[in-house]
Design a protein around this ligand. Structure first.
Ligand code: ATP
Length: 236
């Protein structure tokens, strides 16, 4: 599989403080790469750096072109959708308005059909279509954030801790829907998760970040099967 996203010697941080010290990893076309590691390892920073929200250096190739000097909005236009931690939904807007906002990077006429498709995938969004996003439960807000990202028709979805703070049953539902989206659309996914077992189950490939460096990378199945790796790096 050719790489959809290829990150080489990526450095990034906040002001003078470097958080990522030259990391390399990739996401295959249609593949899922999980980015794991302890709190503060730099997972969220990695997603922000890819989206151009932070000063960065190194090489980021997406869909055959360099994007490491591309502005955030243009990164989205090129087909990378970011579902940030904390979900990033507009709480004062309705579900419908949030979904429409997801399409701002598109200029074609298929938006209404795609919003309808999202409501098929996440039926609760159809039920709450005119409700303010702030009145949704945490799980519903996460579903809305993912649906809003998918409405932009991305080639790559960056997911920052989609399971955070949600009940196990809701997490299961969300991952079942993501599996369906992946199978139907061939989208690539870069998944940041604290829940390593869940992420390794869903991903093909995994990288473990430790203090801004890749400590280990490989097939998700073999990382998940290695008891020592699980104990040392993943805490389970
Ligand atoms: P977590 O699961 O806790 O979010 P993470 O692996 O996603 O962990 P990051 O959020 O990327 O970690 O944080 C990496 C480092 O960058 C931490 O030391 C954190 O304190 C620092 N950091 C994060 N955001 C900022 C910010 N806005 N300004 C300054 N430092 C930051």
């Amino acid at each position: 599989m050719p790489a959809l996203l290829e990150v080489s010697t990526l450095r990034a941080g906040y002001g003078a403080g470097e958080v990522l010290h030259g990391i390399d990893f990739s996401v295959a076309a249609g593949g899922v790469t999980a980015l794991l590691g302890a709190n503060g390892a730099g997972k969220t920073t990695t997603l922000r750096a890819i989206c151009g929200m932070l000063a960065r250096s190194g090489e980021i190739r997406f869909d055959g072109a360099r994007i490491d000097a591309v502005a955030t909005e243009d990164v989205a236009r090129r087909g990378i959708a970011h579902v940030p931690d904390g979900r990033g939904t507009f709480l004062d807007l309705t579900v419908e308005e949030n979904l429409r906002l997801g399409a701002y990077v598109r200029s074609d006429r298929g938006v209404a059909a795609d919003i309808a498709r999202m409501c098929d995938l996440f039926p609760v969004l159809r039920q709450r279509f005119r409700a303010q996003a702030g009145t949704l439960s945490g799980g519903e807000q996460q579903m809305l954030a993912i649906a809003r990202a998918l409405v932009s028709r991305p080639k790559l979805l960056l997911l920052d801790e989609p399971s955070f703070g949600l009940a196990p049953l809701i997490v299961q539902q969300i991952f079942a829907i993501l599996a369906r989206v992946r199978a139907d659309s061939g989208i690539g996914i870069l998944l940041v998760e604290q829940n390593a077992a869940l992420a390794l189950d869903f991903a093909d490939h995994a990288c473990i970040l430790e203090s801004g460096r890749i400590a280990l990378a490989g097939a998700a199945a073999s990382i998940g099967a290695d008891a020592q790796v699980r104990r040392v790096y993943l805490g389970y």
